[in-house]
Ligand binder design. Structure first.
Ligand code: WQD
Length: 342
């Protein structure tokens, strides 16, 4: 099956493209490169031997988006990653987040209808739960008020897809709610390589350890958690990538009962920020220079997943934990810094 992967040069997108190719899918890439570099496609070719057709296009441009489907009328599936994704940044720049994240989704849906695409996998987020009233969260946990415009765009994206599905029978959808993706490809040829300065915890940890940052700040240790710092469910990016392949295979085999199905993707346990830092120090032997600072606006106190639905219906389960995340992230940081120095 030919699959269009939007945001294919991004962190999760690139790891998913590798997993799709390794599972026999024919991939087309589109990425506007707001926070990614086309050179990622060379790394994907090194790992898979496949040179993926690529369109450096912003999906907000409907005519340029249409050109992709005219060139590839046999696109049967779409995995839609392309979105701005930083919680903190979305609080400062809400209009950019609504404009980019919603209009790119709308154009993908317009093209899906025009070109009779059969399956859409939507990159959603655990941030749709807000400060959940129960933990771990299941797919039935009621969604609370979004804590950031980023989370709001994911809640709205899910609703747009549900409303669209009711008007357009021939297409089915899976909404994947990611918890906290982290780590790097075990080949050490792919990893989190943001063009913008990293804001997520794990790359901030590795940049601090390698010396790119003098120190890092733990955003608050006065929360109601076991050590006062926020709890998150860190999932290795390769496990997350494989879940997309399994979701597409599930739809391709028409195993879905409903037109729109939702799955949590996490490892089913939470780690605090301080526990993540200590896991990094233990795994790498590196002492981390951090200080405790004020809370970050938009942060949820604690969230971690129940992923039984993905396990039982998609046949997916995570293979790696926080140790493999820190090992691969550190290897990747050392490689990247080595290349930057050379
Ligand atoms: C994690 C924890 C911070 C940096 C992410 C993605 C979002 C979505 C959900 C997929 C928080 C703390 C961080 C630092 C810190 N993923 N932290 N110091 O906010 O949970 O959101 O996962 O859709 O796209 O951004 O991730 O890594 O920014 O923060 O203390 O320098 O680490 O306060 O508690 P977050 P994060």
């Amino acid at each position: 099956m030919k699959v269009l992967v939007t945001g294919a040069c991004g962190y999760i997108g690139s790891h998913t493209v590798v997993d799709l190719i390794e599972n026999g899918f024919d991939v087309v890439s589109v990425d506007a490169h707001f926070n990614s570099d086309p050179s990622v496609l060379e790394q994907i070719e090194k790992i898979t031997g496949v040179s993926v057709p690529h369109y450096p296009v912003n999906l907000v441009d409907r005519e340029k988006t249409r050109k992709i489907f005219e060139d590839h009328p046999d696109i049967k599936g779409i995995i839609h990653f392309a979105a701005l994704k930083l919680v903190g940044e979305s609080v400062e720049k809400p209009l950019e987040y609504f404009d980019n994240n919603l209009n790119s989704l709308l154009n993908i849906l317009w093209m899906s209808k025009e070109f009779k695409v059969e399956h859409l996998i939507f990159s959603s987020s655990c941030s749709v739960y807000g400060n959940a009233t129960e933990l771990p969260v299941t797919e039935q946990t009621p969604l609370q008020e979004a804590e950031s415009p980023y989370a709001r765009t994911k809640q709205m994206g899910e609703q747009i897809i549900k409303d669209f599905s009711r008007s357009y029978e021939p297409m089915d959808f899976i909404l994947l709610r990611y918890f906290n993706p982290a780590g790097a490809h075990t080949s050490n040829l792919l990893g989190e390589s943001p063009v913008q300065p990293a804001a997520n915890l794990v790359p901030v940890i590795t940049e601090t350890a390698i010396g790119k940052r003098k120190s890092m700040t733990v955003f608050g240790d006065d929360y109601e958690t076991r050590d006062g710092s926020c709890v998150r469910d860190y999932i290795h990016v390769m496990d997350l990538a494989n879940a997309h392949t399994k979701a597409l295979q599930y739809l391709e085999a028409h195993k879905n009962q409903d037109q729109v199905e939702v799955f949590n993707l996490g490892i089913g346990e939470g780690a605090t920020v301080l526990e993540a830092i200590h896991a990094f120090e233990k795994v790498t032997g590196e002492k981390l220079n951090y200080e405790i600072g004020p809370r970050r606006p938009g942060d949820v106190v604690a969230i971690y997943s129940n992923y039984e639905a993905a396990k039982n219906k998609l046949g997916w389960s995570p293979k790696m934990g926080i140790e493999e995340i820190m090992e691969t992230a550190w290897e990747w940081e050392r490689r990247r810094s080595g290349e930057e120095m050379s």
